[in-house]
Structures are given as C-alpha cells and as structure tokens.
Design a protein around this ligand. Structure first.
Ligand code: AMP
Ligand code: MG
Length: 186
C-alpha cells in the first residue's frame, strides 16, 4: 500500500440513459469532481470541479439531468475533456504525492475509456484505491455499499446533491476520513 501524502478522491458524472440508448462504451464524462484529502490532517486542502461537453451524445437525456441535476446548458458552455485535462493536470500536479481513489472502479474505467476516445494519455499512475471495497473490508463484510448507503450505515448525512461529482467526492472523503480516524471497527 502506498503512503500518499494526499488521497485524490475523484467522482465522475457521465452521459447515461435508462433505456440502453447510451451503451456503457459510449458514456462520456460530463463532470469531474475531485478533492485533495490530506492524509496527515484529514482536511480537504483543495478541490477541483469542472463540467465537460460530451461529443458522442451531446444531448443529455432527461434521465441523466434528473439523476445528476446537470443541465444541458451546463455542458453546452463547457470545454471538452481534451481542453479540461491540461487544467486538471495543472491542479493535480501542484500536489507532489497523491493516490487516485474512488468509490468502486467505475471512475477509473470511465477515465481510461474517455482518454482513449480523446486520444489523450491517462493522467494517473497505475495505482488506484477502491474505497468501496476498502469500506467493506473495514466493516469485515462481503456486502458492497453504495456511497449513500455507506453514509447511512455510519449515521452520517449526505452533504450536497447525490450524483453531483463534486458533492459525491466530498462525501466519499468524509467516509474515508471516518475509516482512518476511528480506532475501533464497527
Ligand atoms: P454516481 O457517481 O453514482 O453519481 O454515478 C456516476 C455515473 O454513473 C452517472 O453520472 C451516470 O452516468 C451513471 N449512473 C449512475 N447511476 C445510474 C443509474 N441508476 N442508471 C444509469 N446510469 C447511472
Ligand atoms: Mg457521482
């Protein structure tokens, strides 16, 4: 296990449909939400949030807007991933030692898929921490929890809007902090 100074917790939102109109391999990132969680103080030292314009399915489905609250206008005026990535890397690289973490493997796989599509290099090292899996290990159970379920299990309120990248990233940071600052296991 790496000894990162920061845990870079990322939560992505992406184009989606409920009827199969947007298959998994055509989903594209529409929001990057990211927080730099300091592993010494357990404070979030910095945040990054950016909406992104999708290319394959530029029109958001009503389902997607209802799920995420991200509006057509938000992505219409947003830059593409290729444009956002340099700004994102600039922010990320201003921290010298961090490990990419997310709730499950979805966000990592979505990043890999989008980078391939836009022909841009994957911006992380191969190290990735799956906090969803670590949460189950922390509890000593095989059951997997959604982020909202995990908060509920811990008796914590979900802050902000569920399925908004930046709010999800903040909430995941709260769970991760709890896992590392509580002495006794539940
Ligand atoms: P989340 O981080 O849970 O907000 O989910 C990330 C992305 O996964 C969303 O922006 C959607 O593209 C997709 N997603 C999440 N939940 C669903 C769902 N119930 N049906 C279809 N797509 C979903
Ligand atoms: Mg999310």
């Amino acid at each position: 296990m790496t000894n990162a100074k920061y845990f870079l917790i990322i939560d992505l939102e992406a184009t989606c449909s409920k009827d199969g109109a947007i298959p998994r391999h055509q989903m594209e990132i529409i929001e990057i939400g990211a927080v730099m969680l300091n592993s010494s103080t357990w404070n979030v030292d910095s945040e990054f949030q950016q909406f992104i314009k999708p290319i394959i399915h530029p029109q958001l489905t009503d389902f997607c807007t209802e799920l995420t609250t991200i509006k057509q206008q938000d992505v219409d005026v947003a830059p593409t991933l290729a444009e956002v990535i340099s700004q994102f890397k600039k922010w990320m690289l201003s921290f010298d030692n961090y490990t990419f973490c997310s709730w499950g493997n979805y966000d990592k796989n979505q990043f890999i898929q989008d980078c391939k599509f836009h022909q841009i290099p994957y911006p992380f090292t191969s190290t990735h921490r799956n906090i969803k899996q670590e949460f189950s290990e922390y509890l000593g159970v095989s059951r997997k929890f959604g982020m909202a379920q995990a908060l509920q299990y811990l008796g914590m309120e979900l802050q902000g809007t569920h399925h908004r990248g930046i709010d999800d990233a903040r909430n995941i940071a709260t769970i991760f902090k709890y896992m590392h600052t509580q002495n006794s296991k539940k």
